[in-house]
Design a protein around this ligand. Structure first.
Ligand SMILES: [Fe+2]
Length: 450
């Protein structure tokens, strides 16, 4: 294919410098703006790659820690070199990948001074512009959600001088606005001013790309749609249907969802210098896991509720790897300063779990139970269980035994604390309905229930 390379060189399609040439690019990609939204469905996080095909350069906005290699591969496929990284604010719900990405590609990190970032960065100021070839990114300081929040107004100068879209961070979502997490009513008032004086004054046609979509804990009623326009949000965003700052603040501050307990820790992590994470989790024998737990460690069991219910390490926390927002759920329950031991059903689940924990800044993973519960049992270590019953059986049981109390349901099955009628067998339930004819495996819970 030497002749093809020489033709490409002759046509001026081969650039000097480090940007690799994509083998079969669409011709327009060499000259126009390249834009890609990267969706993390698990956390509802949205990040962006914005590049100039002609210059062979790109910026990444709000990179996630678990997607660093994806940004690099995406840029490589499109023949771009990542030269700039923007943070729209210091995130509270996930750990940023800005330092890891900068470490791999040498890009400079740009963030507002109010972020108080302790790592090397280039501060951005309101009104300043950064050029990525023919693409202009204008900084709009839009405090409210956080004091350092910025929006990026993007113009493709190869097409025209009017702005095309705006990256709104956590200031404006599709169908919602950011929550003023730390500043209370004053922050809510600042958010109102940022929205009305900086964003809603833009032309109707300007597209809106936020930092989060549905599934995120950073808002209340975000749409599952991940893009909109200023005109549509001005007309149909419920949070913007007020015309006075007082009404806006009252609405925003009423019924705020509880703040996840790990938000403060993630913010501190996102402000600090961060060491690169290897992502590797060490195998541990049952005896080693026992010792880790004796020193204050905890177990995160990511197997299915059924597998966990059948037998698990006493005291372990069960968050199924397949459950929506796995890492967010785990972050609600895991202690911040205890080494974590993982119990997983497969190497794939193990890798996903470690990645999910790294996403929310839980790096202290002491290892995983190498041979699973088989090893744990064979060592004669204690095993706990949680009784399981299908929703259909539970419905029948409740009809026959109205005094029976049940707990939360799950798809397909319902979990209930063992109210084993051991010693209270009836004609309808000749043996324990949860554990079968064998002896109840959770006699302590059974006794509590009685
Ligand atoms: Fe945020």
């Amino acid at each position: 294919m030497k002749w093809l390379e020489s033709v490409a060189t002759h046509m001026g399609l081969v650039r000097d410098g480090p940007a690799p040439l994509r083998k079969h690019p669409a011709l327009w990609e060499y000259f126009g703006m390249i834009f890609q939204q990267i969706v993390n469905e698990e956390t509802g996080c949205l990040s962006y790659l914005i590049g100039c095909g002609q210059a062979g350069r790109a910026a990444v906005v709000d990179p996630g820690r678990d997607r660093v290699d994806e940004y690099l591969a995406l840029a490589r496929r499109k023949g771009l070199v990542i030269t700039d990284i923007f943070e729209t604010h210091v995130h509270a719900d996930h750990v940023s990948g800005n330092q890891a990405l900068a470490g791999k590609c040498g890009a400079r990190i740009r963030i507002h001074p109010a972020a108080e970032a302790a790592y090397p960065h280039t501060p951005v100021e309101d009104g300043s512009e950064v050029s990525i070839g023919a693409v202009s990114l204008k900084i709009l300081h839009t405090p409210g959600h956080t004091p350092d929040s910025i929006s990026l107004l993007v113009t493709d100068l190869s097409r025209g001088s009017e702005p095309w879209f705006v990256l709104t961070g956590d200031t404006l979502f599709v169908g919602d606005v950011g929550r003023p997490d730390f500043g209370g009513e004053m922050a809510a008032a600042n958010l109102y001013r940022s929205l009305t004086e900086r964003l809603l004054v833009l032309p109707d046609s300007v597209e809106v790309y936020p930092a989060h979509g549905a599934g995120s804990t950073c808002g209340r009623a975000m749409s599952s749609k991940t893009a909109s326009t200023i005109g549509f949000e001005r007309r149909f965003n419920p949070a913007l249907r007020v015309d006075a700052v007082d009404a806006f603040v009252t609405r925003l501050m009423t019924g705020l969802p509880p703040k996840p307990p790990n938000f403060d820790r993630i913010i501190a992590k996102n402000r600090a210098r961060m060491l690169p994470s290897t992502g590797e989790v060490a195998p541990r024998s049952a005896a080693q896991v026992r010792d880790i737990l004796a020193k204050g460690g905890c177990v995160l069991d990511v197997r299915s509720p059924e597998e966990h219910g059948d037998g698990h390490i006493p005291g372990s926390i069960n968050v199924w790897i397949e459950s929506p927002q796995f890492s967010t759920r785990a972050g609600w329950f895991l202690p911040a300063d205890a080494p974590i031991v993982l119990v997983a059903a497969s190497p794939t689940d193990l890798a996903r779990a470690a990645q999910g924990l790294a996403r929310i800044g839980l790096d202290d993973v002491a290892g995983y139970l190498q041979w699973g519960m088989t090893d744990w049992r064979s060592q004669g270590l204690p095993v706990a269980s949680v009784a399981q019953v299908t929703v259909h059986d539970l419905a029948t049981m409740r009809e026959e035994r109205p005094e029976l109390s049940s707990s939360s349901g799950r798809t397909g099955t319902s979990r209930a604390r063992c109210t084993c009628p051991w010693g209270r067998r009836s004609a309808a339930w000749p043996s324990c309905p949860w554990t079968g004819p064998r002896r109840c495996s959770a006699p302590a819970a059974c006794a509590r229930a009685r």
